[in-house]
Design a protein around this ligand. Structure first.
Ligand SMILES: NC(=O)c1ccc[n+]([C@@H]2O[C@H](COP(=O)([O-])OP(=O)(O)OC[C@H]3O[C@@H](n4cnc5c(N)ncnc54)[C@H](O)[C@@H]3O)[C@@H](O)[C@H]2O)c1
Length: 437
């Protein structure tokens, strides 16, 4: 890659968000506070992270945001859709992630973000219903209405580039349906016929990709995993990335799991349970939506432990994940893990993790990083699945025939080496005096 070939981040970047709930309002309010110098971007690799360049005595650690040409926070504009008419201020207050005293200083800007009517189908999110919903004759017409929202936003806010990141509720579990999801031609035909196998998230993604706008999938929904939308991304040379923000318990798994594996410690079982009281928890109380989440959460450990390669350590280990909706807890989830491990001569041990986490506080910096990095990728003429962004995902998307990487530290190395490649400097191989990152 030649760094001169990367288009400069000139003008404003529009961040389009289906779902103006806990995660997205925490993200937007945070960016607004950071811009005013009221908070620091804790948890954001693009804003706080450094990257090591060069070798030995001549090496230096540079801020990632000074190393690669990223959009500036002052150049971000936000647009969103939701099934409720609440503006971003009202929604942030209802989500109750942030304290009132943290929301008030950015009230004016948040109140100005009024959601467009959503594309919604209750069949896909059984626990939710709302009045702020688009109506049209066909799904293709709905896609056109989403495109109209985007084009109006572009004009009104005078943005030069846009990205879309799904922060809407988790839709029910779905598998690829041949004849509907398999090719772009079939998918477009199915849109015109309003085929019920097309989920709302797919309609937003179709609209974005058709306009050449990169799409990131924050939930575990099938969405851009379908071949039809991947075909569209390739055809229009647009970036896609997903899926399911890696926060909370799964983040812990991808930190602890690789450590146990590195030391050849065996695992008999990993029991995970959560209590969660926000709207996301309520949606996940429905078995259809939970199944989507469960598949995403369960996939992580198998790939890390590779039981087929290490049967003495990981064959038949039992992995169980549950989420319990418990309203008093709000967004402040509690995730418990009991890990049954064994060491030398097979002697058993246990690890207990009790993570009193804040879901949206962990997710918000991920939304920021993804928006900035996927925009960078698009300006660098990359397209299709961005595997180097797997660092941010519970279920990283990958090319057919490949395998996702779940180990957080391998994912970080992959991300940083991709940034080095983009800027035309050699990757770090951790040999000799290169052993810092
Ligand atoms: N918070 C985390 O740590 C985390 C981690 C991974 C994934 N996620 C996923 O991110 C998503 C958002 O999480 P949240 O905590 O903000 O949930 P939330 O319920 O607070 O917000 C979701 C919003 O999406 C809206 N919505 C639902 N369907 C829609 C549609 N078709 N179009 C437009 N809006 C729609 C809802 O009305 C709601 O306001 C969920 O799918 C969640 O599973 C969150």
């Amino acid at each position: 890659m030649k760094k001169e070939d990367i288009a400069k981040p000139e003008g404003k970047l529009g961040i389009l968000i289906p779902g103006l709930g806990a995660v997205s309002t925490t993200f937007i309010a945070g960016v607004l506070r950071i811009k005013k110098g009221l908070s620091k971007p804790i948890g954001s690799l693009t804003q706080m992270g450094k990257i090591r360049i060069g070798k030995g005595d001549s090496s230096k650690d540079i801020n990632i945001k000074d190393f690669v040409p990223l959009a500036n926070l002052n150049d971000l504009e936000f647009g969103a859709w939701d099934i409720f008419e609440d503006d971003a201020y009202e929604s942030a207050c209802k989500a109750a992630v942030l304290k009132t005293e943290d929301i008030e200083p950015v009230k004016k800007e948040l109140s100005a973000i009024k959601p467009w009517k959503a594309v919604f189908n209750r069949e896909y999110v059984k626990k939710l219903d709302g009045p702020w919903v688009k109506k049209a004759k066909t799904y293709m017409d709905l896609a056109q209405m989403v495109k109209d929202d985007i084009n109006n936003f572009k004009k009104e806010k005078n943005v030069t580039r846009m990205i879309m990141v799904w922060c809407g509720s988790t839709e029910i579990y779905q598998e690829i349906v041949p004849g509907v999801h398999d090719t772009l031609a079939n998918f477009e035909k199915a849109l015109k016929e309003s085929n019920p196998k097309i989920a709302p998230s797919m309609i937003y993604a179709y609209a974005a990709l058709d306009l050449g706008i990169p799409y990131a999938n924050g939930a575990p929904n099938l969405c851009t995993d379908i071949p039809a939308l991947r075909e569209l991304a390739d055809k229009n040379r647009v970036c896609i990335s997903g899926k399911d923000f890696k926060t909370g318990q799964t983040l812990m798994k991808t930190i602890l799991g690789p450590g146990l594996k590195a030391r050849m410690i065996g695992v008999n079982g990993w029991f995970s349970t959560n209590i969660l009281g926000n709207r996301d928890g309520e949606v996940l109380d429905d078995p259809g939506s939970f199944k989507t989440k469960e598949v995403s959460k369960l996939s992580v450990l198998d790939r890390i432990f590779q039981p087929e390669l290490y049967p003495d350590l990981y064959k038949d280990y039992y992995h169980k994940v549950t989420i319990n909706y418990y309203p008093p807890r709000g967004d402040n989830k509690e995730g418990w893990d009991n890990i049954d491990i064994f060491g030398w001569l097979g002697y058993p041990m246990q690890i207990k993790v009790d993570f009193l986490c804040r879901d949206s506080i962990l997710a918000a910096p991920i939304v920021l990083d993804l928006a900035l990095l996927i925009d960078l990728a698009q300006r660098s003429a990359m397209y299709g699945i961005q595997e180097w962004l797997s660092f941010y995902w519970k279920s990283p998307m990958y090319e057919p025939g490949a395998h996702p990487t779940h180990d957080l530290f391998v994912q970080l190395m992959k991300l940083k080496n991709t940034l080095r490649w983009l800027m035309d400097v050699p990757p770090v191989t951790f040999l000799g005096s290169e052993s810092y990152d």
